[in-house]
Design a protein around this ligand. Structure first.
Ligand code: Z5A
Length: 230
């Protein structure tokens, strides 16, 4: 499906993806700051091509999703989360997020910056956990109702570097503690997805310092704005 099942829609969905510690949160904040400070947001609003800027994430972009996020990242150790259970919880989080946040805002013309989306499920549950990738495609289609990102920025960083950054930050959740080879498989997943969808997924070298990463993202966004809004 070239666009999505909504048909023509005015908003744009930009997703940030990558392994742990790749810098998604940092770069979403930087992008928000740049869009505001550079005047791009106001200019696009004045031209009435965009309504507002929305920042959201998966899992946890809705009140229900926040409860699911807590279960997903901090499941009680004596009630181990099984792989298919985990997959279905991510899908439930996404279905709620798409229907109550993403689609309504896109219909109103918002520019959405979303921390993780369907490629994370393929990378983590498909490549990482080894679940059937056709199931995941089907489940993603059900959960999204066909809504694809307009652009996905894959923040590519070596797994070891990303994990070291995440550890410095001091957060240790269930998935961050998984084995190194699990994270390597996830990384391979993002690599293959980017190769398979070169128009939708753009690689960003996220091993550089934050300002240099932001610079690359701004260049990609300016090129996309040119083609989307001209
Ligand atoms: N997951 C899944 O399995 N399946 C799914 O379908 C979905 C998700 C949707 C939570 O995601 C988990 O959900 C995740 C995958 C799984 N696995 N884990 N754990 P999350 O996105 O909420 O959590 P995360 O991946 O750990 O992201 P994060 O905590 O938000 O980290 P980040 O956004 O990638 O990085 P950051 O917070 O911007 O930066 C981390 C640290 O590095 C911080 O101290 C920064 O100051 C520093 N940093 C950032 N950029 C740089 C650069 N360029 N140089 C040096 N230091 C930097």
């Amino acid at each position: 499906m070239p666009e999505n099942m909504l048909g023509t829609r005015p908003g744009k969905l930009i997703v940030f993806e990558g392994v742990e510690g790749c810098g998604k949160t940092t770069q979403i904040q930087q992008t928000q700051g740049w869009l505001t400070a550079s005047g791009w947001l106001v200019a696009l609003q004045q031209q009435q091509v965009l309504s507002d800027l929305v920042i959201t994430r998966e899992p946890g972009g809705t009140p229900l999703g926040q409860a699911l996020r807590q279960l997903l990242l901090h499941a009680p150790p004596d009630d181990m989360l099984h792989d298919r259970t985990e997959l279905l919880l991510y899908a439930a989080d996404r279905a709620q997020h798409v229907d109550t946040v993403l689609k309504p805002h896109l219909e109103k013309g918002a520019l959405i910056l979303c921390d993780r989306y369907t490629d994370s499920t393929m990378a983590y549950q498909g490549y990482g956990r080894g679940l059937d990738r056709q199931w995941i495609e089907q489940l993603n289609a059900i959960a999204t109702g066909g809504l694809q990102s307009d652009l996905t920025l894959w923040l590519d960083v070596d797994v070891e570097l990303g994990l070291a950054r995440a550890q410095q930050r001091g957060r240790h959740d269930r998935i961050e503690q998984a084995q190194l080879d699990f994270h390597q498989r996830v990384q391979q997943g993002f690599r293959e997805l980017a190769a398979a969808h070169p128009e939708r997924i753009v690689r960003i070298d996220a091993s550089l310092d934050p300002a240099a990463v932001s610079q690359q993202i701004q260049e990609v966004l300016l090129r996309r704005f040119e083609s989307w809004f001209r």
